[in-house]
Design a protein around this ligand. Sequence first.
Ligand SMILES: C[S@@+](CC[C@H](N)C(=O)[O-])C[C@H]1O[C@@H](n2cnc3c(N)ncnc32)[C@H](O)[C@@H]1O
Length: 272
Amino acid sequence: MNVGPDPAGADPASDPAGADPGPDPAAEGGLPGADGAVRRVLRAELARARERRAGQPVRVLDVGGGTGVWAVPMAAAGCAVTVVDISPDALATLRGRALRAGMDDRITSVQGDVQTLSEVVSPGGADLVLGHNLLEVVDDVAAAVAQLAGAAAPGGAVSVLTAGRHAAALAQAHAGRLDEARAVLTDPAGRWGEADPLQRRLDATGLRGLLESAAGLAIEVVQGDGVFHGWLPASIEEDDPARLEDLEALVADHPELLVLAARLHVLARRTA
Ligand SMILES: C[S@@+](CC[C@H](N)C(=O)[O-])C[C@H]1O[C@@H](n2cnc3c(N)ncnc32)[C@H](O)[C@@H]1O
């Protein structure tokens, strides 16, 4: 039975690029692979960054980039990518993935902690900073967000994707875990209990506040990633991905539905 988005907030199907970066990213002028709300926004952002860079490769910093789910397609789209991750194992897997995709010369891997990011990468040096599926696992979220913002060049953007609180509450209730659903809604960090593997879940207001007030970023996009994903019969997800994708696109920026997404996505700009 399909019981909705993973109650822990992790999404095993969240590999947005897959192992295959796709045949012709250059022709598309952006991220390869199937479409999706997050990718669409990032593709547009890459187009803007290319204009600013006037022929130089767009510099992408993927923090908590893990095994390269985003980094490899970004490199395939022509970017110079630096991945910072705390895990040497994840970075080793990333290097293998980059090599297999023929992108190893465009990806630099650095072991480091987002909370002290400025110790391993130059502040203000990235056109696009990714912090995807990261804020829910760090100890000090305000420090992490401030570091992500500080890594962006003036005019550059920060893309944050993080576990949504409301979807997790629904998933817990749907699985019959009513106490845990209540905890997700009432716990200040949105955790369902001591054994919850995530440090926090955010709602759209909280995420906006963090990026605006803690990090001084100007928010340009708030959208949901995966409103329906996980709630539908598995057969539909498997057999009709294009129509599901279409449905997701319809609600990704719908103010009354995006808050129910498994993950929330924000694109924010460093204005100065
Ligand atoms: C759920 S994975 C996300 C991977 C990738 N960004 C994605 O969206 O698929 C979280 C990653 O963050 C890394 N990580 C956890 N804490 C970190 C920290 N304090 N600083 C940097 N990376 C961290 C983990 O090693 C892991 O690779």
